[in-house]
Write a protein of this length. Structure first.
Length: 652
């Protein structure tokens, strides 16, 4: 025991004041860079560039700069120049032997953004950005043009290399230029990625439409131009238009705008739309800083959109709107929200998440009022968006119930395919399953249908040709498996008509040759695998129009070329100017038009698929020859007979 006490006493004597290390200046940054920039990986390296560019952007957003030049030179040198006010170079009141520039670049928590006097809003908040970049750079060269005088100063690994130099008078120049090279002692051989820096600069130009960012790169990669002027007068709307180009939206025009907060301490800008298919995106920014983890401004946006859409549903007396959640509204949202706050608070120095508690209320209040006006001012868009959100809500509820259906006609619970938009009515009486080609057409059909009695199942393009496929291929084909699961009655030995979930199956394809080809493949499937449905007269072909003819306030629809010519003569006067538009496909057809012409029972016409009872052998031979292993025969037959297929027209 005495030996133990002796060892403890020796250890205590050895640990004294001389063991307490005090890190001064920027030494803590070099010892523990991860505390300031999140690590020393590629993300941390590019965070250095972001800090310097953000400082230049703060000058632009404050109204003092209109141009920023970003140049990626050879050997990993980066230069950022703005035409703003320039970093102050006069002696600092608290440190009279140092210029303000030296204090800013060598002292943590120093800068002009704490009081809010020099910058109403800013991205650099903690006073550590520029000094941290300086500490982690092998060399940093600074030029400041103020009051027609040029000042220069050089630093190495955070320490000054000489004093501030008055380089003499300069004309037609103002602002700050910072040129630096990251320290290989910290980052190793990692290099700035031109494409990543270019994307960052482009996003900054979108976020503030009053700035032009001039990009230059000495060694561009395949994705990056050598030079570019980045200026977007439309701001976020310009970015959104490019991001969703070629993708079908639920609403014809994006919802975009800007608004000041009620307390005058900030503002918000936004641009967003909803995609009919595929994944969307939501990009969030605070004082032009990207916040990939969201935060309180995102919470305000969510509240504004969900509450606004629910309120619109109540206005339309649609009780289903009460089931809408943020998941339903944001699933296909493609948009950007940018807020500018006087005193933003971020989670960590890397600023991935906004934490201002009052930002939720401010954003919700500013956006909700504009969203309500947009909905009521454009009822067509609002109705489409409401139907879209309700559709997603119904799908979500169905998924939550593990895709199990309690339909009374089934003797057991069935697992339904995820793409199926089921109808609400129980039992098969009066119910219909529409089979459509692709998600785009499926989106239109889901909006156009009668949700009580009409279900929609999108299929992916041309399905498997069962006349030439093996049994194994048939079992493995996902599209046909989905169709069989949706019908519920099984196939082959497991077929049971009592478990059929719909009274009718309606094949609805584009009104062109490709659409007729897909319809032929589906009819072959029913003929081979589910002949009883054809015998009972449960399989139909929808008849979507190929053309719309308009003159004045009159519109008529033509099924094919011959019908178009007939209507041109019979429906309009010879002197009338008739506008003829051709539908590219169901996916391009507005939901209201699809409903009016093809799905509304009161106005549509269907063709019933029937089997000629007098010559079953001839039918088998025809199916085998045209749907077998010689597609050229099938294609020629469809071209010649698409308008007069062996089917019988019936009332809808």
């Amino acid at each position: 025991m005495s030996d133990l006490f002796a060892r403890q006493a020796t250890a205590e004597a050895a640990y004294s004041a001389k063991d307490i290390e005090v890190l001064e200046g920027l030494e803590p940054v070099r010892r523990r860079p991860g505390m300031y920039i999140g690590g020393v990986d590629e993300n941390a390296l590019h965070h250095l560039a972001a800090e310097i560019i953000d400082n230049a952007m703060d000058e632009a957003v404050a109204g003092h700069a209109s141009r920023i030049e970003v140049t990626l030179e050879a050997n990993n040198w980066l230069t950022v120049r703005d035409n703003g006010r320039g970093i102050p170079t006069d002696p600092h009141p608290k440190f009279p032997k140092q210029s303000a520039l030296e204090v800013i670049l060598t002292t943590l928590h120093s800068g002009g953004k704490f009081s809010g006097k020099a910058y109403a809003t800013s991205g650099g908040l903690h006073g550590v950005g520029s000094s941290v970049v300086n500490a982690l750079s092998e060399r940093m060269e600074v030029e400041v043009a103020r009051e027609r005088t040029l000042f220069t100063m050089v630093f190495a690994r955070g320490k000054p290399v000489g004093a501030l130099v008055n380089a003499g008078p300069v004309q037609n120049r103002r602002g700050t230029t910072i040129r630096f090279r990251p320290d290989e002692q910290i980052f190793g051989t990692q290099q700035f990625k031109p494409a990543r820096l270019f994307r960052f600069c482009r996003s900054k130009a979108y976020l503030y439409k009053g700035v032009t960012i001039r990009w230059a790169c000495a060694e561009p990669d395949a994705e990056t131009p050598a030079q570019a002027d980045l200026h977007f007068p439309g701001g976020l709307s310009d970015y959104l238009a490019g991001a969703v180009e070629g993708r079908r939206a639920v609403v014809p025009a994006p919802w975009a705008g800007e608004a000041n907060f009620s307390d005058g301490q900030g503002r918000a800008e936004w641009a967003m739309t909803w995609l009919d298919q595929g994944e969307g995106f939501l990009s969030l920014y605070a004082n032009t800083i990207p916040t990939p983890q969201g935060g309180t401004h995102e919470a305000g946006l969510r509240a504004a959109l969900v509450k606004g859409l629910r309120a619109y549903g109540e206005l339309k007396k649609d009780k289903r709107a009460a089931t809408i959640t943020a998941e339903d509204v944001f699933g296909g949202l493609a948009g950007m929200l940018s807020v500018f706050l006087r005193d933003p608070q971020f989670q960590g120095q890397t600023k991935d998440k906004l934490t201002n508690a009052d930002a939720t209320r401010q954003v919700e209040s500013a956006l909700r009022d504009r969203f309500d006006h947009w909905l009521t001012g454009d009822p067509a868009s609002a109705d489409n968006l409401l139907a879209y959100a309700i559709e997603r809500a119904e799908d979500r509820i169905r998924r939550r119930e593990q895709k199990e259906t309690p339909r009374k006609t089934a003797t057991r619970k069935l697992r339904l395919p995820g793409k199926l938009a089921d109808c609400a009515k129980e039992g098969i009486e009066g119910t219909e399953l529409f089979l459509v080609e692709g998600d785009s057409a499926g989106g239109s059909a889901k909006q156009a249908r009668d949700r009580e009695t009409q279900a929609v199942l999108p299929l992916r393009g041309k399905i498997l040709n069962v006349a030439s496929a093996t049994v194994e291929k048939l079992r493995q084909n996902q599209e046909l498996k989905d169709l069989i699961e949706a019908l519920g009655c099984g196939v082959g030995d497991r077929f049971d008509i009592a478990r059929l979930r719909y009274g009718r199956v309606v094949i609805m394809t584009d009104a062109d040759v490709d659409g007729a080809h897909i319809a032929a493949l589906l009819m072959t499937f029913f003929y081979r695998e589910l002949p009883e449905l054809v015998k009972q007269g449960r399989v139909f072909l929808a008849q979507p129009p190929l053309y719309r003819l308009q003159s004045g306030g009159k519109s008529v629809y033509a099924m094919n070329d011959a019908d178009r010519e007939r209507l041109m003569k019979s429906a309009f006067k010879p002197s009338q100017k008739v506008e003829v538009s051709r539908f590219k496909g169901l996916g391009e057809m507005p939901a209201a038009t699809l409903k009016e012409t093809t799905m509304d029972r009161a106005r549509r016409s269907l063709l019933q698929v029937v089997l000629p009872p007098e010559d079953r052998a001839r039918t088998n031979e025809l199916v085998e020859s045209l749907m077998g292993r010689k597609p050229e025969l099938r294609f020629r037959f469809i071209q010649e007979n698409a308008a007069s297929m062996d089917a019988e027209a019936v009332d809808a």
